[in-house]
Design a protein around this ligand. Sequence first.
Ligand SMILES: NC(=O)c1ccc[n+]([C@@H]2O[C@H](COP(=O)([O-])OP(=O)(O)OC[C@H]3O[C@@H](n4cnc5c(N)ncnc54)[C@H](OP(=O)(O)O)[C@@H]3O)[C@@H](O)[C@H]2O)c1
Length: 353
Amino acid sequence: MERMKTVVLGAGGLVAQRLQQRLLHHPWFSLAAVAGSRRFSGQSLDEVPWVLQEPRPALPGFKVEDIEDAKTIEELVNNGVRIAFSALPTEEARRLEPLWAAQGIAVFSNASAYRRDPRVPLVVPELNPDALADHSPEPLRHACATNCTLLPLVLPLAALHERFGVESYTMRSEQGLSGGGQPYLEAALAAGKVDPTIPGEAEKTEAELRHVMAWEGAADVKCARVLRRDGHHVFVTVQTREPVHPETLRACLEAWSGDERCRTLPSAPAKPLMLVDRIDPEAHLFADGVHLGPYADPSTDLKAGMAVVVGNLACTGPHEVRFEAYSHNTLRGAAGGVVYLAELARAMDVLEG
Ligand SMILES: NC(=O)c1ccc[n+]([C@@H]2O[C@H](COP(=O)([O-])OP(=O)(O)OC[C@H]3O[C@@H](n4cnc5c(N)ncnc54)[C@H](OP(=O)(O)O)[C@@H]3O)[C@@H](O)[C@H]2O)c1
């Protein structure tokens, strides 16, 4: 299969560099360009400071394109670029993503700007892949991945809903600093403390869960930032319609794999849910569905950090389940998730050409 040419929107941010990292050796997509803000445009990609903890991979030394220059899109289209992976902040995404989509480049976005727009599918590959084909008879031009906090919550909850019916849930989170972006991460690490509040996060998480699961029910969601670099940890209690037994509960989560169209995609974890007795936030960051970690190189291992780890699973009543879950926010929750989405779109043949 010929690799499709892609551009990353964002040069030096955490998600932008995660995207560059995983596109370098991707079997279906190639990193053909990077378009950055004025802080990096015109510079060689080699000059952009590397902000991830893993060593900088051997990225191409091309010039960072100017994302604000209208000619950039036209030139990249003429060079055969067909996909843009957006790691833009919300307001820039709102303004710029439609310009790329309008010129025939399919935009897969990590930003929240279009997540609630009915014209733009909001998709978790295992849960609602058909939304990618619902948009119109035209090829897919714009799609969004969800909020990073949603992933460790929604995958186990969807598995429970299929088997027992979820009536209601409560969730509280402990979210890593990288979820706030590179400047926030650096400032919090330097200060050695963090303000736990994350404005709007609980509302976004709750609304996006209802959307991707097509679920209505009562929810109580509370989100908090903690002093840890990466990884979002959620603590969940679920009320079910059907009675739950410990052995069927465990078997249900162990067997669940979501929509079968995802299973052979390059970024698909071997199993989306990995059960452990207790979650270890340092050791389980790079879980891939077979291994729990502790470390993998996402530039060569596309499955690393793509599984959700579930621990402390218990039946706490005839209709009540309690669990914790954990996933990597810039891999499964951002760059990995959005590349996974584009793989699915390509496998479903909804992209132009
Ligand atoms: N961090 C996460 O865990 C996570 C998870 C899910 C979704 N997201 C979303 O992903 C997006 C990027 O987050 P991040 O964590 O990578 O943030 P970040 O580390 O703060 O990086 C910000 C990014 O935005 C770009 N940018 C900033 N100002 C810009 C401007 N005026 N015009 C164009 N681009 C501009 C930067 O591009 P240059 O480097 O070229 O300046 C950079 O790549 C956000 O929408 C965020 O909500 C993040």
